[in-house]
Design a protein around this ligand. Structure first.
Ligand SMILES: [Ca+2]
Ligand SMILES: [Ca+2]
Length: 245
C-alpha cells in the first residue's frame, strides 16, 4: 500500500528563480506502481529560467499553439513553461522512467508518456482524456523505446529497437496493429525520423564508430563520430530525447 503525504518541495530553477509550492507526493513505490489519473493534475507555477542540473529536457508543444514549450522532467515531475503563457507541473511516471512525449491518442495534442524498463510498459496520459490513460506492454528488457510515426502521420506509435538482434517492433496502440522489421545492429542508436517527406518515419540508426546514419529507405549518410549523440526531430514539434543507459 502506498502512503500519501504532503511535503513542501522547493524548486530551484537556475540561480535566479525560486518557487515554493505544496505538492502531494507518493511514498515509496511498490513494484506494481503505475501512474494514476490523480497524478495527472496540473499545478500552476510562475517563473523565469527553466531547468536545473540533472533535469531531462522534453521540449514539445504541450498547449497546442504551434510553438514548442520549454519542459523538463525531474523525478517523475514534468515542469512545463507554456508558450501561450503560464506554466505547470504534472506528475507522470517515476525516477527511472524514460519520457517519450508525443500524440498517441490522435487528437493533435502532445501527451505525456513514459516507458518503464523494468516492466517494458508504456504509460500514456491522454490529452483527450487525462483520466483514462493508455497502458501498453510492449518491448522487453534491454529494448530501447522510441516514438515513431510508423503507422500514421497523424499520431505516434509505440516502438522499440532491440540491440541484440537489430529488430524494430512497432505497435499501434489505437488499432493493435504490429510490425517487426530488422534494421541495425548491436551498438547502434535508433533515431527514427521522416527523411522522405512521406509523413511516416523510417527506421534509422546511428553507428558512432563510423559516424554513419543508416536509413532503411534512403541509405547511408556520414555525419558525426564516436562520442556523438544523434538527435532527430520525429515531427515538427518533438525532438526525441536520446537514452543510452
Ligand atoms: Ca506551445
Ligand atoms: Ca494527444
Amino acid at each position: 500500500m502506498r502512503t500519501t503525504f504532503s511535503v513542501y518541495l522547493i524548486l530551484i530553477l537556475c540561480c535566479s528563480c525560486v518557487f515554493a509550492q505544496e505538492y502531494i507526493m507518493d511514498g515509496p513505490r511498490s513494484s506494481s506502481y503505475v501512474p494514476s489519473a490523480s497524478e495527472g493534475q496540473v499545478t500552476a507555477l510562475t517563473g523565469g529560467n527553466w531547468g536545473t542540473t540533472g533535469d531531462i529536457p522534453v521540449p514539445a508543444d504541450y498547449d497546442n499553439d504551434g510553438k514548442t514549450d520549454l519542459a523538463v522532467i525531474r523525478y517523475g515531475y514534468w515542469y512545463i513553461r507554456y508558450s501561450s503563457g503560464g506554466s505547470g507541473v504534472i506528475q507522470w511516471g517515476d525516477l527511472d522512467d524514460i519520457p517519450l512525449p508525443a500524440d498517441y491518442d490522435n487528437d493533435g495534442i502532445v501527451d505525456l508518456a513514459v516507458f518503464r524498463r523494468s516492466y517494458s510498459t508504456w504509460y500514456i496520459r491522454k490529452s483527450s482524456n487525462p483520466a483514462a490513460n493508455i497502458t501498453v506492454s510492449w518491448g522487453q528488457n534491454g529494448d530501447i523505446p522510441t516514438a515513431t510515426n510508423r503507422f500514421s502521420s497523424a499520431y505516434a506509435t509505440a516502438s522499440v529497437f532491440r540491440p541484440s538482434t537489430g529488430m524494430w517492433y512497432h505497435y499501434n496502440q489505437l488499432t493493435s496493429a504490429k510490425l517487426g522489421t530488422q534494421w541495425g545492429t548491436n551498438g547502434d542508436m535508433p533515431v527514427p525520423y521522416d527523411q522522405t517527406a512521406s509523413g511516416l518515419s523510417q527506421e534509422v540508426v546511428f553507428r558512432p564508430q563510423s559516424g554513419s546514419w543508416y536509413n532503411k529507405v534512403l541509405g547511408t549518410i556520414f555525419w558525426g563520430g564516436l562520442g556523438d549523440k544523434p538527435r532527430a526531430r520525429r515531427s515538427h514539434s518533438i525532438i526525441l530525447p536520446i537514452f543510452q543507459k
